[in-house]
Design a protein around this ligand. Sequence first.
Ligand SMILES: [Zn+2]
Length: 372
Amino acid sequence: MRFADVIGQDILKQRMRHGVQVGRIPHAQLILGSEGSGNMALALAYIQYILCSDRSDEDSCGLCGSCKKVSALIHPDVHYTFPFPRKAGEMEQCSDVYPQWREAIKEDTYLNYEDWMQLLNAENKQGNIPTKELRNIIKNVSLKSYEGNMKVCLIWLPEYLGQEGNILLKLLEEPPEQTLFLLVGSDLDDILGTILSRTQLVRVPPIDDASLAMALVQRDGVAESDAHRLAKVAQGNYHLARDLGKEATNPHLDAWRQWMTICFRRKMGEAFQWSDDLSSLGREGVKSFLLYGIQVLRTCAVIPFMGSEGLWEGPELDFVNKFNTLNLGHEVISNMVAELEKAMYGIERNGNAKVLLMDATYGLIHAISKKK
Ligand SMILES: [Zn+2]
């Protein structure tokens, strides 16, 4: 994670960079920001900047061995601690959950506690940071750094350190040389006072509206007009803004998903209702829907060759990725596009939308049936 990948927070980024450049890195810091502020993203970018072997004034290089290891969350000098639901014999310490942890953070650095619990299928169980893990931290920082640089202990959500957290007090007070403790939390009231008094507080403010809106447009495919509205509604919380944005994205996506389900499962009974509903969009609406569908199919066809970078993001990309697991092949997709173009041709010539959509449905089912 580079600073460039963190939404907004320019002032903090600048302060963090400057601290590293002049060699002033407080050895125990609490990076405190409310949900969706990007406190975790900032902490990861900060770590990457500190350990980068080729950093510039602006950012880590993102390319050196160290950057690659930090962004893959496999750097041997960075130890991650986080809450999880303990399960005797299976989940006793954080390293037992590292695969899920890496996947979750790589997928979404703005995830919250609930997302994380859900990923572990533990919605109804309470996560915490067990004593065994605290002993691992103590053991870990006593070891020499593997790569000769700084050792970092990142503790996500120190709110979940119970009274046992006091085991760490001595370490936080007098850490071994070249050791950095980064605590990433959200709720000051839930963090042990003894820990608070031993860390330097770095407050992460809510993301500014302009940066938040831009992130919604670029990362989540939200229309620009909606993005500004949502950024205001979410008040600096990217997590919330993104959730709201899911409803504000291209309205055609749901209709498209529905159509594909009808075609792949041959649900002709639903096809009549669906084409009826869609026709109510009027000629222009139906045309824009068909154009959208053509675009989706073309994207599905090129992604296996070109990858998705720079093409799409967000729910559309999710759809395309799922769709491509069907392995329809280039020919089938071309035939599907041809069906949509035929329907569009008819719409442009004032054909009956409902009839054309039903014809296209049969055409698509036929095209799909040719899958090898
Ligand atoms: Zn680097």
